[in-house]
Design a protein around this ligand. Structure first.
Ligand SMILES: NC(=O)c1ccc[n+]([C@@H]2O[C@H](COP(=O)([O-])OP(=O)(O)OC[C@H]3O[C@@H](n4cnc5c(N)ncnc54)[C@H](OP(=O)(O)O)[C@@H]3O)[C@@H](O)[C@H]2O)c1
Length: 280
């Protein structure tokens, strides 16, 4: 199975790029602000599967740079999906819980109405729509709260803040599933293998770590596992102003991925243990 992976440096890309028969292409050769280059790469690839781990992920900055976010997460993804479909190459793409409004307290199903509340979520939804329109074999894997030992993420932010603070204010009313990047890579690998074997099922799927948690509880687990005595002041989203609106409810119903691909939700606390060990 030959895989063409867009992205080399991101959290998920790093977990995939060194696996056997993966050709990873970084920004130097495939800049997502230049869709034509991406199209040419796909036209000449001999890959069996294409995975896109590239995204504009600066959620707050996207409120200002929405045009750039729309190109990287929207227009180029649409072109990538179109050219992949024209060659009948399965296209695996990662999306986000931010495509939902984020209200209520039920787990979002893959069939629920999307209604993104910020520019990043809107740009990711443009990408999703482009993939559906392209009509080729594909999987859109929506995930949430990604962490790993590299890149920027909540775990690394907490560890950095803990080095100069005894007390931290952390939001308690946003609930979601923290997801280890390595677990996402493993899920994509299984999906890719199934497509390669002729058993891939096209569709939108959800994948997040379990159990659901608040950011405050996630922080508490990070400090407990890293044996740091940090007091957490639990605050509300309304008291923690950010440029981009964040969904309160990021719970994802991951059952269809288990049914169609046999992929179970990973326990994020185990993923956290591994990430903290790698960071030591
Ligand atoms: N992070 C989260 O909490 C989260 C939550 C839900 C869903 N997701 C989704 O999960 C996927 C993977 O996220 P991640 O956390 O691994 O992302 P990440 O660590 O922020 O990595 C983003 C990747 O995109 C590349 N990139 C950005 N702009 C580019 C451009 N113009 N041309 C080429 N490459 C470009 C970056 O390369 P450079 O190093 O060159 O910038 C980097 O490799 C994304 O689709 C994201 O939307 C993430």
């Amino acid at each position: 199975m030959k895989i063409l992976l867009f992205g080399k440096t991101g959290q998920v890309a790093k977990e995939l790029c060194n696996r056997p028969n993966v050709t990873a292409i970084g920004r130097d050769k495939a800049d997502f602000t230049e869709p034509q280059k991406i199209i040419e790469i796909v036209k000449s690839t001999d890959a069996d599967i294409i995975i896109n781990a590239v995204a504009y992920t600066s959620v707050d900055l996207a409120e200002e740079e929405f045009e750039l976010a729309n190109i990287i997460n929207g227009t180029t993804v649409k072109e990538l999906a179109k050219v992949s479909a024209s060659r009948n190459i399965p296209f695996l793409h990662i999306s986000t819980d931010y495509v939902f409004k984020g209200d209520g307290n039920l787990n979002w199903k893959t069939t629920d109405q999307t209604n993104p509340q910020n520019s990043y979520g809107k740009s990711k939804l443009i990408g999703e729509s482009g993939i559906l329109e392209a009509g080729g074999p594909h999987v859109i894997l929506r995930t949430s709260w990604v962490f790993s030992s590299h890149g920027n993420n909540f775990v690394k932010t907490m560890l950095r803040l803990a080095s100069n603070n005894n007390e931290l204010s952390i939001v308690k009313d946003q609930i979601g599933g923290p997801t280890c990047a390595k677990d996402i890579a493993n899920a994509l690998w299984k999906i890719a293998s199934d497509f390669y074997a002729g058993n891939g099922i096209t569709g939108i799927y959800h994948f997040s770590g379990k159990p659901n948690s608040s950011w405050a509880n996630f922080a508490s687990e990070i400090f407990s596992q890293s044996q740091q005595d940090i007091k957490i002041k639990q605050i509300l989203t309304k008291d923690f102003l950010t440029k981009a609106k964040r969904p309160l409810n990021s719970r994802l119903d991951c059952s269809s991925l288990r049914i169609d691909y046999g992929i179970k939700q990973p326990e994020w606390k185990k993923g956290l243990t591994n990430v903290l060990a790698n960071l030591k």
